[in-house]
Design a protein around this ligand. Sequence first.
Ligand SMILES: *Cc1c(COP(=O)(O)O)cnc(C)c1O
Length: 415
Amino acid sequence: MDFTKYIEAVDSEVAEIIKDEVQRNKETLLMIASENYADEAVLQAQGSVFTNKYAEGYPTKRFYQGVGNSDRVEQLAIDRAKQLFGAEHANVQPNSGSQANQAVYLAMLQPGDAILGMNLAAGGHLTHGAAASSSGKLYKAHAYSVNKDTYTLDYDEIAAAAKEVKPKIIVAGASAYPRKIDFKKFREIADSVGALLMCDIAHYAGLVAAKLYPDPVPYADFVTTTTHKTLKGPRGGMVMCKEKYAKQINSAVFPGLQGGPLMHVIAAKAICFKEAMTPAFKDYQQQVLKNAQALAAELLKKGYKILTGGTDCHMILLDLRPNKINGRDSARALEEAGITLNKNGVPFDTESPFVTSGIRIGTPAITARGMKEGEMKLIADWMDQVLKNMDDAALKLKVLREVKSLCAKFPIYEK
Ligand SMILES: *Cc1c(COP(=O)(O)O)cnc(C)c1O
C-alpha cells in the first residue's frame, strides 16, 4: 500500500514521518496488547471522502442534508455490530473506548452517584473510576481489586464491596487482566444490590466475537468496546445495550458528548464487523490465543513469573520483581531490540506508574502477520536474552537484526 503518495507533494516532513512509522510497523515486533494491524480495507475507508461529511444525528434522523450515503453506511455498521455480538442495540458513533464508557455514565448517572469498577493498579481502565479520569471526578468511584495471592478476581470480595457501596453501575472489564471474566457472576452481584452492569470488552472484543472468550452480551445492560484492539478495526468505540436503553445511550453519545460522527471511521467499523464474521477471523483469533499461551509457556520455562501463571486471552503480564529489574527499563531495552511492548504495574505494585514492576505482552499484531508457535519460541528467546543483558548494546543490535529478518518473512502492508 502506498501510504504517502499524495502527502509527499504537499508536506515532505509529515510524509517522512509516516514513512518511518510504516517502516516501524513492518520491521519490528508490535507486541503492545492493545494494538493491532488494521488491514488495507479498513485504512482506505478511514482515508475516504466520508471524512468530509457532517451527519449529526442518527440514520434517517439527521440535522444536515446530503446524508443518504452516511445513513446507508452507518446502518450497515449498526446492523453488522448487532449481528456479530447478538446485541439488541448498537451505537457505533463513539470516537473512542473512553467516550463509549462516558456515554453510559452520562446516560445513567447523576454526578455524585456511586460506581464500582476494577482498580487501575489491578488491571482496570482509567475510565472505570480512576481519580485522574472524569469517571473518578464526577462520580463517587469505588474499586475492587484482585486476590492478593492468586491475582485473579475474587467474586465474593466484589459482592461484599457492592453490598457496602451500593453502586448504581458495576463495571466489569479490564486492560491488564489475562484471565476469563465471569460476567454471569457479575450479573448476579449487580442484581443482588440493584445495580446496572456495564461490561467493557475493549481488549477482549475480537475473542468475544470469535466465541473464544466469555460473552457478556446476555448478562450486561451495557457492553462497551473499542474497535481497534483485538477487533482489528479502526481506532474508535461502540456501545451496545438492551433496547430499553437505546434512546438514552444515543442521546448521551450525541448530543451529550460528541458532535458530528466520524463517518469515515464508521465506514471502517462496518468493514471491520463484516470481516469479524468470517471463518478466517475466527481462525486468526484462535491463533492469537494459541500464540499467547505458547509465549507464556516458553517464558515460564525460562523461569519468568507470569501473573496468574498463564493466560486465557491475547495478553500476558510479566512480574519482573524476581528478576530485580523494572518495567520501564525492560520496555526500553526491548524496544531497542525491536520488540515493542509496554511497562505495566503489577497488582499491589510498590513502584510508581512511571517505573512499574511489570510488562504487558500481546499477540494480536504479530499473529496478524502470520506468526505461529515456532515464532513465539524465537521471541521468548530474544526477550530472555535482552532482559538478562539490558545494557549490552551489541546484543540488542544483534536481536534487532534478527527481529528485522523474521519480520521480512512475515510481510505486512505489501499489497
Ligand atoms: C483501551 C481501553 C479503553 C479506552 O479506549 P480508548 O479508545 O483508548 O479511549 C476503555 N476500556 C478498556 C478496558 C480499555 O482497555
